[in-house]
Design a protein. Structure first.
Length: 455
């Protein structure tokens, strides 16, 4: 009898296993494919590896702006893809080594819950059964594709297909302007491909700050990415994409059609469990408990926040509860990042969300050109920092950044929200100079930027 059975070896799964093992508890972890889950194998890490190569190439092409001569700059996508594989394998080995050293029992195969009683849960895998006191379901999510004509074609890619390819297509039509679609758009555009983005909504990246998203889209449009917004996909035929926009039927053509229309929770391991479900996935409370005693869920299977770092924290909360702790999940300080070029990042409330909730706030806004480090490293490029704070208490409610370096800076902002800092408290922090991160303090301190309360 194990203390904990974990189904799914992604960020939630291996984090939960490590935390329980640290407390001297026995753990069995089941993984159907490769350790690390979607994030490491078909998501976060491979895309960021490819994007870094593309950014390096783009930087070399623009080196003359910085007084550096780089002649006849080229790239080899086959070698870029090989490096991506090497990075993934290295990180896989590191996770597996940590789990093995800690005494985790790793089982490769398709697991399913075959029997349930509170405190005695049976998981079947590879013809064997394993019993545990507690169960954590963290089987992640799968690519979702609508049932439309022509999508089952060799010309149509999922994000997994795109990452697996060792060759670049001649051109790409990307269906879906969410985070995944936008990152692939930047990747292919920086490597010289013509890219079209077809998005159903009036704007891409609907959950991010609307002002910064509009600036990012305008910047990417200047670099050659074509956006088709408010466009409803109707069908695909060969290399052609058919859609409706503004009451008119239109079409686009691309060598490959990359469908990035979201993901759905993977419920394949639930088996005999009669779990309560939400519209988005498995229902959980703030302690990550499902409707059944001793059964927890974390990560994409809940359908709430499909981010690897959210899954990690949810797993920590779940294990804490199993061990008798009082930890609970908070979602108001979970940062989101789009690894575009420039980067876009945000955490907490936006102006739009505060308007919708009727919460009065103060807005602090400053161009990144007020950062000496940013100006030194970004020729002919600008960015923006926005901070929203409660109008009465001064508590920091949200921070949003457009500009390279945003993915690192946003962690500082998340901590400020997590610790419920006020504007006056955050102003007292000392930021290293010169850093781009100084823009956070500059935005709060700059004369004339303290706007009146907004309702």
């Amino acid at each position: 009898m194990y203390f904990l059975a974990v189904i799914g070896g992604g960020p939630a799964g291996y984090t939960a296993a490590e935390r329980a093992l640290e407390q001297g508890r026995s753990v069995v972890l089941f993984e159907q494919k490769a350790i690390g889950g979607t994030c490491l194998n078909e998501g976060c890490i491979p895309t960021k590896t490819l994007l870094y190569s593309a950014k390096t190439y783009a930087s070399a092409c623009e080196a003359s702006r910085y007084g550096v001569s780089a002649v006849d700059v080229t790239f080899d996508y086959g070698k870029i893809s090989q490096r991506k594989g090497k990075v993934v394998r290295k990180l896989q080995a590191g996770i597996r080594s940590r789990l093995n050293s800690a005494g985790c029992v790793l089982v490769q195969g398709t697991a399913v819950v075959s029997a349930y009683a509170p405190g005695r849960i049976t998981v079947s895998c590879n013809g064997e059964t394993y019993e545990s006191e507690n169960l954590l379901l963290c089987t992640g999510s799968v690519n979702w594709c609508p049932s439309l004509p022509g999508l089952a074609s060799e010309h149509v890619w999922s994000s997994s297909d795109a990452l697996a390819s060792t060759e670049l297509p001649a051109s790409v039509v990307i269906v879906g302007g969410g985070v995944v679609g936008m990152e692939f758009a930047v990747l292919y555009s920086e490597l010289g491909l013509h890219v079209d983005v077809v998005e159903l909504l009036p704007e891409v990246l609907g959950n991010m700050d609307s002002e910064l998203v509009a600036q990012l889209r305008a910047d990417l449009s200047k670099r050659g990415i074509s956006f088709h917004l408010g466009a409803r996909l109707k069908a695909v035929s060969g290399h052609d994409v058919f859609y409706e926009q503004g009451g008119e039927d239109k079409s686009l053509s691309g060598d490959k059609i990359l469908v990035c229309m979201g993901r759905r929770p993977n419920l394949s391991a639930v088996g005999c469990l009669d779990l309560q479900m939400e519209k988005s996935g498995v229902r959980v409370d703030a302690a990550m408990r499902t409707s059944l005693p001793n059964v927890y869920a974390a990560g994409d299977i809940t359908g709430f926040s499909m981010l690897a770092h959210t899954a990690v924290r949810e797993a920590e909360v779940a294990v804490s509860q199993m061990l008798g702790g009082k930890d609970e999940m908070r979602y108001d300080a979970v940062p989101g990042v789009v690894y575009s070029n420039p980067e876009l990042a945000g955490v907490g409330e936006t102006e739009k969300s505060l308007h919708e909730k009727g919460i009065a706030f103060r807005l602090y806004k400053l161009p990144l050109a007020f950062s000496g480090r940013f100006v030194a490293e970004n020729e002919a490029v600008n960015g923006l920092c926005k901070i929203v704070a409660h109008s009465e208490t001064g508590r920091i409610l949200g921070v949003h950044l457009l500009g390279n370096g945003a993915s690192e800076i946003i962690n500082t902002a998340a901590l400020a929200i997590e610790q419920r800092l006020t504007v006056s408290q955050w102003k007292q922090s000392v930021f290293a100079h010169p850093t781009v991160g100084e823009i956070l303090k500059e935005a709060l301190c700059q004369a004339g930027i303290d706007f009146p309360a907004v309702r």
